[in-house]
Ligand binder design. Structure first.
Ligand SMILES: *Cc1c(COP(=O)(O)O)cnc(C)c1O
Length: 231
């Protein structure tokens, strides 16, 4: 497993897909999803130039970050956020929380941020695949969700996030990404004072499709670091 070589190979693929999509590769941010991997792997990744780190568990993220030799430029939280973990998550000052799908969580997050005198960038997670197991709001509820989310003064909406359908059927995956893009455009049209610029979509097996459909933030784990081993 050579992280630097994997990173280079993915960079080439991102460049090719971006060219196909008619966008600049530099407009696409690659996040290194380091969940389940030890601190040494994160240090190696950051040294190789993967400076944006993403984790999906609050406990794991907050344990690993203080142990790093190389500090990441950005810390992203991409997992389900339980409201009793909010304080802990905020202690590492995440640059972006991708996985907001409950107004009740936003409300608690906002209260805590007010106390701390901080603002927080977030994405709204949409369940575009209609799979019950997936987090994210129903696409039909998206506009209502914004209407409620925009009232929280310390919350800064920055865009949308989704996980593509878990299937080998490329069209099904592509439709998920198309739907997220459509929702983004709809939101931009209605809310000119909110920034919906980020489309976080695309993982190891589908990031090229995601780029073709407008992704500008990719969350890649196994293609960089190999298979995950769960204890
Ligand atoms: C694990 C994870 C990823 C990365 O998955 P890979 O298939 O290993 O690239 C991306 N997004 C989320 C939300 C994840 O939990």
């Amino acid at each position: 497993m050579n992280i630097k070589q994997n990173f280079e190979a993915i960079t080439t693929k991102i460049e090719e897909a971006a060219k196909k999509a008619g966008v600049s590769p530099s407009s696409i941010k690659l996040l290194a999803v380091t969940k389940t991997h030890p601190v040494s792997v994160l240090d190696e990744a950051i040294a190789a130039g993967l400076t944006c780190i993403a984790e999906n568990k609050v406990q794991e993220l907050t344990t690993k970050i203080p142990q790093l030799t190389n500090k990441p430029e950005e810390i992203h939280f991409i997992g389900h956020l339980q409201s009793n973990k909010i304080n802990k998550l905020l202690s590492v000052k995440p640059d972006l929380i991708h996985s907001i799908d409950k107004i009740s969580t936003l409300k608690k997050l906002n209260t805590k941020l007010e106390e701390m005198g901080l603002n927080q960038d977030i994405l709204i997670q949409v369940n575009t695949s209609n799979e019950d197991s997936k987090s994210g709001i129903n696409p039909n509820e998206f506009m209502d969700f914004i209407e409620q989310a925009k009232q929280f003064k310390c919350i800064k909406i920055k865009g949308l996030m989704t996980i593509g359908a878990l299937t080998t059927d490329e069209e099904k995956i592509r439709n998920c990404f198309k739907l997220l893009k459509q929702l983004q455009l709809k939101a931009i049209e209605k809310y000119t004072d909110i920034d919906f610029g980020i489309l976080s979509m695309g993982m190891s097996h589908d990031f090229e499709i995601a780029i073709e459909e407008g992704a500008n933030m990719l969350r890649v784990g196994s293609l960089l670091f190999g298979n995950r081993f769960y204890a």
